[in-house]
Design a binder for this molecule. Structure first.
Ligand code: APR
Length: 252
């Protein structure tokens, strides 16, 4: 991948650039906002069309799946279609570039769309799973099944349980390996960047607090205020697709 274009260099706090240049281990936490510029609606955006009367919090739960598996499945099929049509944007590409510019970068994403990997990021911790994978809701093992065009959950070939997307729903634990990997990276990082997340959902939101306790510099990139904004050392107000290329270009 080439360097981000020179016009991407915005005025950024010099002390922040200095901190980034000296950082040994950077942790970046991303949320739905980084994929917004790829055309994927964020979670807390009002849903459109058919789904306008549902809230994601009411669809992305184990209870919802038990109550109405077809509804939950169709919602995920709709999201899969949007994601299949999306491409990584300048923000994803800049993070992939940044990974090659600092000694160590751990990218923890709450997104399930796989766009960071498509952009070329190598060290990605998928905190909330991946929508492209499926697993059995009974035996919890991954299921390799072609789900294109299905309107109801297929059955697990091993035990007959209903197949569900391999994502973390509200009320479910984060996969242990992801949690351990993220928390140990955060405990060792000297710079923590929170990008495009409302910083409302635990335990992801708590990673910023852990980073602060570890003495890291906290940076936020978001056009809106979040519960993290007032305690961040640098709150950069703007779109990830503009600010991240500027950071990467300043460092390159
Ligand atoms: N650049 C950066 N941030 C943006 C952009 C952009 N172009 N556009 C929107 N945002 C910000 C919004 O201001 C908001 O703060 O992205 C954030 C998106 O917030 P949410 O929709 O709450 O998404 P997220 O924080 O990722 O949600 C966390 O909640 O629903 C669950 O499991 C789901 O992973 C998800 C988790």
């Amino acid at each position: 991948m080439g360097r981000p274009p020179a016009e991407a260099v915005l005025p950024l706090p010099l002390q922040l650039l200095d901190g980034l240049r000296r950082a040994r281990h950077v942790v970046v936490l991303t949320g739905a906002g980084i994929s917004a510029e790829s055309g994927i609606p964020t979670f807390r955006d009002a849903l459109t069309g058919l789904w306008a009367r549902f809230r994601p919090e009411e669809l992305a739960t184990p209870d919802a799946f038990v109550r109405d598996p077809d509804l939950v499945w169709q919602w995920y099929q709709w999201r899969r279609e949007q994601i299949a049509a999306a491409r990584p944007n300048a923000g994803h590409l800049a993070l992939a570039a940044l990974e090659r510019l600092v000694p160590r970068l751990t990218l923890v994403t709450q997104n399930v769309d796989g766009l960071h990997q498509q952009a070329g990021s190598r060290q990605v911790v998928e905190f909330h799973g991946n929508i492209h994978r499926n697993r059995c809701s009974m035996d919890q093992e991954l299921v390799d099944v072609d789900v294109r065009g299905t309107r109801r959950p297929p059955r697990c070939p091993r035990c007959g349980g209903m197949v569900r997307p391999d994502v973390v729903w509200f009320g479910e634990p984060i996969p242990r390996a992801c949690l351990v990997q993220s928390q140990s990276a955060v405990a060792r990082c000297d710079l923590f960047v929170s990008v495009g997340t409302s910083a409302l959902v635990e335990p992801a939101a708590g990673l910023a607090r852990l980073a602060r306790e570890a003495g890291a510099v906290i940076v936020e990139i978001n056009p809106a205020e979040t519960p993290l904004t007032s305690s961040a050392d640098y709150a950069l107000q703007g779109a990830a697709g503009q600010l991240l290329p500027a950071l990467a270009a300043a460092l390159a």
